[in-house]
Write a protein that binds this ligand. Structure first.
Ligand code: FAD
Length: 434
């Protein structure tokens, strides 16, 4: 390719597609490069799609996109080895005309999303790995080199949407490599079952869906969570923990997944299923404090590559789409003023992102990821066990007077953590949540 582009987008995940689509719609000449065989072939997600952020890009997506189920119920499970304490929220309000959240399968969804990017006029090249960023004599980024022959291509701006590994940006010195305490390694399986079986097991009808987010002893005292999402004809199930914790404990992700699947609360949901897919992927979980420099001379970084992931609410794709869209809008504004893509001008992207829910949410939880990591034994092992025992004590009817039961429960908490420990944990958690 010898022509010059207004923008090159590296990666065709949620962030890259949002950026490429938004820039192409503004009439910009956009080239998008994806190393996978097709968009989505390399991508892993639970996956919950957040409609609001998708709607801002493609208002009619509900009629066209390959969606699985719209969510009417969310369950939170705090698990110990034999039980779970749950909080379920289910509402018929979610059976609305324009549902708020859907389960999706990324391989199918990204392919469709990419077809919209092409329709908008962008050139999308798959099976093309960007190997290097090209700089001019003043060290500004002016294009990319790919693994194709004669693969140097120039553009006014490069949008790095290369996902959590972000090798390109780190190799070019634009940001540091994510550290093991800032990324989780997650593994996921797809369990296939007849549609009616899934609906009966999860109490669903029609296109209704349910997701379960699970934490507790399933992560063996490491910082991590599991998930179970109902699709039309399969159940996505996975678990992930911080890479630093896997290194420290010697536990393996597939070992955890195996235990999670055999948990008595999970096993009946999967009984008789056929596993057809297995995948592993990193998730950026360092939060606000791990966000790198977001722009520079001739470049911006969006999505997971910029560590924009809200681990507390299990949101990533919506932050990716929003950052991609906002970057495209900022680039469009700079271009419409006839100005060059300098760091000063591209700082508009950060200003606009700071005003959005993306940075506001990450800022709110800025102290939570380090707290969860440094106190993982308490939050992911000790408390789930204590809470489970307390619940069992509460519901089991065995002739013990209730006053004695309450005393025993309180005593078990104090014995495990001491009064000072309990007070300290509550204060630390409240401060970090604020
Ligand atoms: P990606 O989707 O990873 O896309 C990056 C793309 O860049 C890939 O297609 C890759 O092939 C390509 N690429 C990389 N390097 C190059 C290169 N050098 N040249 C060319 N192409 C390149 N988020 C949610 O919102 N809801 C969920 O339910 C959810 N569940 C998750 C469950 C799991 C197990 C995992 C791992 C993540 C989950 N996430 C979830 C997070 C979500 O998947 C990510 O936040 C989102 O995919 C980020 O989008 P992205 O475009 O930044 O990166």
């Amino acid at each position: 390719i010898e022509e010059r582009f207004d923008a090159i987008v590296v990666g065709a995940g949620m962030a890259g597609n949002a950026a490429a689509l938004s820039m192409a719609r503004q009439g910009m000449k956009v080239l998008q490069l994806e190393r996978g065989e097709y968009p989505g072939s390399k991508n892993v997600q639970g996956a919950i799609l957040y409609a609001d952020m998708m709607e801002k890009l493609i208002p009619e997506f509900r009629e066209e996109a390959p969606l699985e189920r719209h969510l009417v119920e969310q369950r939170f499970w705090m698990m110990d080895d034999r039980s779970h304490v749950g909080m379920h929220y289910r509402s018929d309000d979610f059976n609305e005309e324009r549902p708020n959240r859907y389960t999706i399968i990324r391989a199918q969804f990204d392919k469709w999303f990419s077809s919209k990017v092409r329709e908008a006029g962008a050139t999308v090249l798959c099976e093309t790995t960007v190997t290097e960023l090209v700089r001019d004599e003043r060290e500004r980024i002016v294009g990319v080199r790919t693994d194709r022959r004669d693969g140097e291509i120039h553009a006014d701006v490069v949008v790095l949407a290369e996902g959590v590994n972000g090798l390109l940006g780190t190799r070019a010195g634009l940001r540091a490599r994510p550290t093991p305490d800032n990324v989780a390694l997650a593994v996921k399986e797809m369990h296939f079952l007849p549609r009616e079986t899934i609906e009966a097991r999860f109490n669903l009808k029609g296109e209704e869906g349910v997701v379960i987010e699970a934490a507790g002893t399933i992560s063996r005292g490491m910082t991590g969570m599991g998930f179970i999402y109902a699709n039309k004809e399969c159940i996505s199930l996975g678990i992930g923990c911080l890479v630093a914790d896997f290194q420290r404990t010697g536990q393996t992700p597939y070992g955890l997944l195996d235990q999670f699947k055999r948990h008595p609360s999970v096993l009946p949901l999967l009984a008789g299923s056929e596993v057809k897919e297995y995948s592993a992927h990193l998730i950026p979980e360092g939060g606000y404090k791990s966000i790198p420099q977001l722009y520079g001379e001739g470049w911006v970084v969006v999505g997971d590559a910029a560590q924009l992931n809200n681990a507390v609410h299990r949101e990533g794709s919506n932050l990716a789409m929003t950052s991609g869209r906002i970057a495209a809008e900022a680039i469009g504004l700079v271009k419409s003023r006839g100005e060059p893509m300098t760091a000063t001008n591209l700082s508009l992207y950060k200003k606009m992102l700071d005003e959005s829910f993306v940075i506001k949410d990450l800022k709110k939880y800025k102290d939570l990821p380090p707290l969860m990591h440094t106190h993982s034994q308490n939050f992911f092992l000790t408390y789930p066990q204590l809470i489970s025992r307390a619940m069992q004590n509460f519901v089991r009817v065995d002739g013990t007077p209730k006053v004695e039961k309450e005393k025993a429960t309180l005593k078990s908490f104090v014995k495990a953590r001491s009064w000072m420990g309990l007070f300290g944990d509550a204060c630390r958690f409240a401060r970090a949540w604020r």
